[in-house]
Design a protein around this ligand. Structure first.
Ligand code: 13P
Ligand code: SF4
Length: 319
């Protein structure tokens, strides 16, 4: 058998021996998505990854995704061992929102409820009143707005703008961006739509406003999956990480999924829409961390306790 199949078998065996379960994000390599599902784990969005890791009985969690996902798992299960294939797998939103500067921003707006996206460090989460992922951000802010609360949002500016437009909430926003979704281009998307007039357009709200404006459905990774399954159309243009195409195609064999364009000036980039940090997750590293115990996520316990408050609030809100 090929090296790939041997590695998969080895991982299956290690998961059993080490009382471990694997949780993968939709953006990682298809092998890691399939393996998680085949072995009783989960492939999903960041919200459901957090919930599954918290509720599963296994003593070790292997989180294939990016660092904030491993940290969230550890914060929710401090007594479990949380392993990641590569601890350097980060996120531009997390990197672009250092806790000292973000805290100063919060201090400058003491009258605002601090709502923070999951794609942040444990320290930034500890400074927040609420945590949200893209699948519940709109509902949480809508509920807070209905209570008359003013919002301080961070770090993704496009998602923040989208929520403000949708809810009418009074929001000030940190100006971070996702390096993947920020690259989708409206002009090129319109041209592609002209070539595929029957196609429906599915967009993740970390994309720029002019791209979101062209969407038939806007939402998190899970919302995009649901929309693709429910819509009658046979063809879809997808503005999110190309890792999503695996699940979209497997679940919808009769439908066609086309990548949304990512470069301006007519020079369409075919491979830009893949997160370089998600791409750091590989089979060999999963096997290695299970074998050696390397790649263990550590979160300071006192910090974890504070960061857990807004995470628990989100999980209760979405239960
Ligand atoms: P989801 O919360 O939709 O899984 O997205 C996480 C992410 O990193 C999006 O780029
Ligand atoms: Fe972060 Fe964007 Fe990568 Fe998601 S796709 S982990 S938001 S850089």
């Amino acid at each position: 058998p090929s090296e790939r199949l041997q590695l998969k078998d080895r991982i299956r065996q290690l998961l059993r021996e080490r009382d471990a379960v694997m949780v993968s994000h939709y953006y990682v390599h298809p092998d890691l998505q399939d393996l998680a599902e085949e072995t009783g784990g989960l492939v999903s969005d960041s919200l459901e990854m957090a919930r599954f890791g918290r509720d599963h009985a296994a003593r070790t969690l292997v989180v294939s995704g990016v660092r904030f996902m491993g940290e969230t798992a550890k914060i929710l299960s401090p007594d479990k061992r949380v392993l990641m294939p590569d601890l350097d797998a980060n996120c531009s939103l997390d990197l672009g929102c250092p806790v000292d500067a973000f805290s100063a921003f919060c201090d400058a707006h003491p009258d605002r409820t601090v709502v923070v996206y999951a794609n942040t460090s444990a320290a930034v989460k500890a400074r927040a009143d609420w945590l949200v992922t893209s699948s519940c951000a709109l509902d949480v802010v809508r509920a807070l707005h209905a209570q008359g609360r003013k919002i301080l949002w961070g770090p993704d500016r496009h998602l923040g703008d989208y929520i403000r437009r949708e809810t009418g909430a009074d929001m000030v926003s940190w100006q971070g961006a996702c390096i993947v979704h920020d690259e989708f281009k409206a002009l090129e998307l319109e041209l592609l739509m002209k070539d595929h007039p029957a196609a429906r357009v599915l967009v993740h709200p970390e994309s720029p406003a002019d791209v979101v404006a062209l969407a038939d459905a806007v939402g998190s990774t899970s919302a995009i999956l649901n929309a693709a399954r429910q819509m009658e159309a046979k063809e879809f243009i997808v503005a999110t990480d190309t890792g999503m195409l695996h699940k979209l195609r497997t679940l919808n064999p009769g439908k066609t999924f086309i990548e949304a364009p990512t470069a301006g000036n007519g020079a369409t980039c075919k491979s830009c829409a893949h997160c370089p940090w998600m791409a750091m997750n590989g089979l060999a590293d999963v096997a290695r961390v299970l074998e050696t115990g390397a790649g263990e996520v550590q979160v300071d316990p006192a910090l974890g306790l504070r960061a857990r408050v807004p995470i628990d609030r989100m999980l209760a809100f979405t239960a």
